[in-house]
Design a protein around this ligand. Structure first.
Ligand code: HEM
Length: 261
């Protein structure tokens, strides 16, 4: 006998008893709701996930996760995680510039090394961005002077984004107003440098987009390495392309359109 039967009897014996009927109704609906809540919620969640994946696939035309590729579904990333990060000096990094086809292609940005072998056509010899391969050319990523600025020294490169009417540091006779204008613009430009580099780093991490790039390690540099390098000025091309006056700080950056992969 099931546990439903005694209750049915109760209701039969108390046909006119409104309270008992109410009790019966609420007991069965509570049971129904209870069994519904566990299995059906799981079904709904699974259904929504499936729908989300299908939508993503039809809209992006190739990805089930809206272009996002978590590290655990990327074998090369998992393998690198197990092996641990590699450490190379700037000189050692040069060996990975794509000229040796048996080696992967690496580039570095701000001290982090990325495997960009998946972009051999772009970074290999003869490729349009071969200049970045085997190097940390963070400065060139901002100034756009790829060959000349293929170095990690970012000092002063924020002037790429500072309007030409901002008085240069060391200019004599600068008013308090000009000074605060300069401080404001320098702050804004430095923030932009960070954002632009973060945008490139996102591409090279490969977690989004179509390129299968990934982080492999770090560049080892001696403490205080930057003090040993002569400070450089803004390259001519970046100087020419500086915004022309107050309020003309550019919103995007020259390479932004190409980071989507
Ligand atoms: C600061 C300025 C710029 C930087 C740092 C930069 C950097 C890069 C990098 C690193 C790539 C390769 C991305 C990847 O691995 O998928 C790329 C691709 C590309 N860039 Fe630039 N870029 C800049 C400006 C420009 C400009 C102004 C143009 C056009 C006039 C341009 C045209 C292209 C094209 C067409 C590609 C695709 C190359 C290909 O798939 O073969 N870039 N850019």
């Amino acid at each position: 006998m099931t546990d439903q039967q005694p209750r049915r009897r109760v209701i039969a014996n108390n046909k006119d008893d409104g309270d008992v009927k109410t009790d019966y109704a609420s007991t069965t609906s509570t049971e129904a709701a209870h069994s519904f809540s566990i299995i059906d919620i799981l079904r709904i969640v699974a259904g929504l996930m499936l729908l989300n994946c299908l939508l993503s696939y039809f809209i992006t035309n190739d990805s089930l996760l809206w272009g996002y590729k978590p590290w655990f579904i990327r074998p090369a990333v998992v393998l690198r995680y197990i092996q641990g990060p590699i450490h190379l000096t700037d000189a050692q990094l040069l060996a990975y510039n794509g000229t040796d086809p048996t080696k992967p292609i690496y580039l570095a940005l701000n001290g982090t090394i990325y495997d960009v072998t998946a972009g051999r056509r772009i970074y290999g010899p003869g490729g349009s961005y071969h200049v970045f391969a085997g190097k940390d050319a963070a400065r060139g990523f901002i100034s756009g002077c790829f060959a000349e600025d293929a170095v990690p020294d970012l000092r002063g490169v924020e002037w790429t984004y500072i309007p030409t009417d901002v008085p240069a540091l060391g200019t004599p006779g600068v008013t308090a107003e000009q000074k605060s204008y300069r401080e404001r613009e320098v702050r804004r430009a430095r923030k932009k440098v960070r954002e632009v580099l973060a945008g490139w780093a996102e591409l090279f991490e490969g977690a989004k987009g179509k390129k299968d790039y990934f982080v492999v390690g770090v560049v080892d540099r001696a403490e205080g390495w930057l003090d040993q390098v002569e400070k450089r000025g803004l390259c001519a091309q970046a100087e020419r392309q500086r915004p022309k006056g107050e309020g003309s700080t550019v919103e995007g950056d020259a390479g932004a359109a190409y980071r989507g992969g």
